[in-house]
Design a binder for this molecule. Structure first.
Ligand SMILES: Nc1ncnc2c1ncn2[C@@H]1O[C@H](COP(=O)(O)OP(=O)(O)OP(=O)(O)O)[C@@H](O)[C@H]1O
Length: 310
C-alpha cells in the first residue's frame, strides 16, 4: 500500500476583500504517490505549493477537488488511530508560551498515546539542557529542534517534514539528516519538503519537483543524475529572434526547453541534440553572433523545471 496517494488534487484559496475577491490556485490537479518505506524529497521554489500540499496531507486544509489518502485512508475521514501514525514538523509554526520544551514533548507524547521517554527524544535532537526553560526564550533553531522532537513522538509510520532545516546551524542540519535516516531504517516513510536541492539529495530516494502548483518531475535521484549527465544547455545569441524559432527548435528530438531572453535563445537538450539545435539556428533568418554550450548541473536542472516565485 502507498504511504501517500494524491489523485487529481486541486486547492484554491479565495480571499474576500473590500476591493474585490482574489483567488489563488495553490495546487492544481496533483497526482502523487509516495511508496511505503521511502524517503521522498518534495522540492519547489517559493510559493510552488509545497506547504499547501502538506496542509492537505495532514488535513489542515481541505482540497477543492480530488482525493488525499495516507496509508489508504482518506485524510478527512481518518480515525484518531490513523492520525496518530503521522508525525509532522510544520513550516512557520513554532512552540509558544511559558511552558518548557520538556512539557511540549510530554504533551506530544500524550497526544499520540505513546510511552516515549521525553529525555531520549530531547537528547536525539540535541536539546537536553535547554529543555527546562520556557519555549518563548528559545532561538529559532532551538524551537525547530524541539518541533522535530515532538514530531518523533510515538514512532510515526509517516514523518512529514516541511522545510526542516529552517533556522538550524550545520550541526543541527546534520542531526536532522541523521534522524531522517534512522527513522527510515526503523521503517518510517519520510516526506521531506525543501527548496534547497542539496539538503534533500543527501537523504532522499526519490524527489518530486513542484512548480506553480503542478508536479513537473518525479524521479529517483539516480535517474535525475543520469539525465543531468546526458543533458546540456546551448546558448545562442542572434541578431534578432524570429517568432518561429522557439517552436522550430522545441520540435527537435531531445530538446527539453527553449527560452528566449532578448536576442538570446537558451536551449536545454540532450547532448546529442546540441548539433541539430545549433544547425537550426544557423539556418534561421537571423545571424548567429555567438554560441556557447555547457553541461547542466543538478541545480540547473531544478531551475529548468521551475520558474521562480509562483
Ligand atoms: N491560507 C492561504 N490563503 C491564501 N493563499 C494562500 C494560503 N496559503 C498559501 N497560499 C498561496 O498559495 C500559493 C502556494 O503557497 P505555499 O505556501 O503552499 O508554497 P510553498 O511552496 O510552501 O512556498 P515556500 O517555499 O515559500 O514556503 C502561494 O501563492 C500562496 O500565496
Amino acid at each position: 500500500m502507498a504511504a501517500i496517494e494524491l489523485r487529481g488534487v486541486t486547492k484554491q484559496y479565495t480571499s474576500y476583500g473590500f476591493f474585490g475577491n482574489r483567488s489563488v490556485t495553490a495546487v492544481q490537479d496533483l497526482d502523487l504517490t509516495v511508496r511505503d518505506g521511502e524517503i521522498f524529497g518534495f522540492l519547489g521554489p517559493n510559493g510552488a505549493g509545497k506547504s499547501t500540499t502538506i496542509d492537505l496531507l495532514v488535513d489542515y486544509a481541505e482540497p477543492t477537488d480530488g482525493s488525499v489518502r495516507v496509508f489508504g485512508n482518506d485524510v478527512s475521514e481518518a480515525s484518531v488511530a490513523a492520525r496518530e501514525r503521522i508525525g509532522v514538523l510544520p513550516d512557520g509554526y513554532g512552540p509558544i508560551g511559558e511552558r518548557t520544551g520538556r512539557e511540549h514533548v510530554e504533551f506530544a507524547i500524550d497526544a499520540k498515546n505513546a510511552d516515549d521517554d521525553p529525555d531520549e527524544l530531547l537528547e536525539r535532537v540535541g536539546m537536553h539542557g535547554p529543555d527546562e526553560y520556557p519555549v518563548e526564550e528559545y532561538s529559532k533553531g532551538m524551537a525547530q529542534r524541539l518541533m522535530l522532537a515532538m514530531a518523533l513522538a510515538g514512532e510515526p509510520d509517516l514523518l512529514i517534514l516541511d522545510e526542516p532545516s529552517t533556522g538550524l546551524d550545520p550541526n543541527g542540519a546534520r542531526t536532522m539528516r541523521k534522524i531522517v535516516r534512522e527513522e527510515n531504517a526503523r521503517g518510517a516513510t519520510v516526506f521531506f519538503s525543501s527548496h534547497i536541492l542539496a539538503q534533500v539529495e543527501a537523504v532522499c530516494d526519490r524527489i518530486g519537483i513542484l512548480d506553480a502548483g503542478q508536479l513537473v518531475a518525479v524521479d529517483s535521484l539516480e535517474s535525475l543524475r543520469s539525465e543531468v549527465g546526458q543533458s546540456a544547455e546551448v546558448t545562442v545569441e542572434l541578431s534578432t529572434v524570429p517568432s518561429k524559432i522557439p517552436a522550430r527548435v522545441g520540435a527537435i528530438d531531445g530538446v527539453a526547453d527553449v527560452r528566449t531572453n532578448g536576442t538570446t535563445v537558451v536551449v536545454a537538450c540532450r547532448n546529442d541534440a546540441k548539433a541539430p539545435v545549433i544547425a537550426a539556428l544557423h539556418e534561421s533568418a537571423a545571424d548567429v553572433t555567438n554560441v556557447t554550450t555547457s553541461e547542466t548541473s543538478l541545480d540547473d536542472l531544478f531551475e529548468s523545471y521551475t520558474r521562480g516565485v509562483a
